[in-house]
Design a protein. Sequence first.
Length: 288
Amino acid sequence: MPSPIRTQNCHFATSEGRRLYQEDQVTCDVNLTFPLLGSDGLEDVKVGAVAVFDGHMGCAASEIAANVSLDKLMLKHNSSIEQSSNAKELLKSSLVTTIHDIDAEFSEVALENNIYSGSTAVVALIHDNHVLVANVGDSKAFLCSQKNISHEAGAASLGGLFAKELTRDHNAHSSDERARIEASGGVFTFLRNFTPLLNGHFPMNRAIGDVPLKRSGIIADPEITDCLSLTSKDKFLVVSSDGILHRSTPQQVCNFLNEVGDHSDPSLLAQQLIQKAYFHRRLHFYCW
């Protein structure tokens, strides 16, 4: 039995949909403590973290990533605190190194044991009213933020929620991703109404693991959305696998959250979104 994956102080929902088993994993803790070098020496700062790993070809990659990601992130940060007092830069560099190390360590084990599993990764960190996001693959993170409605008299009132996307999908619809893959020898299979598949397998061009596809350009380099300042108008941070977004846009998710009258139970909101998407594909969803 794998060890329990950390999900402390946070709200989420999962479903394997029509699959026989769950390939995706979530890990989160919204009350982590990180040391930071300040003018008076080391001081503790609070960091919230959530990560979603959308596995494929089994759950080996996503389970390992979810089990070790937060501990490894803290270890990388703690080993670098004397190099800088800039918390945001330390978190950014620690996050990038963590994802690279998880990929390298898992890929070595996978190669030795003929494991073909892979996983996307999307990790969101919140510190000092800023959000930092790292993305590998086609899972998503976005904010649902309150918008102003302007009136002719010049006054403004609060309207519905609008989506601020914090990630972009790494697939052949991105011209730079497609060029990078084709330069590495990868070939895309084009099917009507579907995202092109790398070597006929998967739509994403970046992933943890996927050892057989690394020679075709699969990489685990995370794309970082630099620290975005949060305000009182940012009502929800959504971190999800691609499941709910095959038939819904981030804006439609925000519209749904805006229409729900009771926001007191984020886990229930996440479960309701899963129910809306259940008949399309399996998914993994987290709502903060």
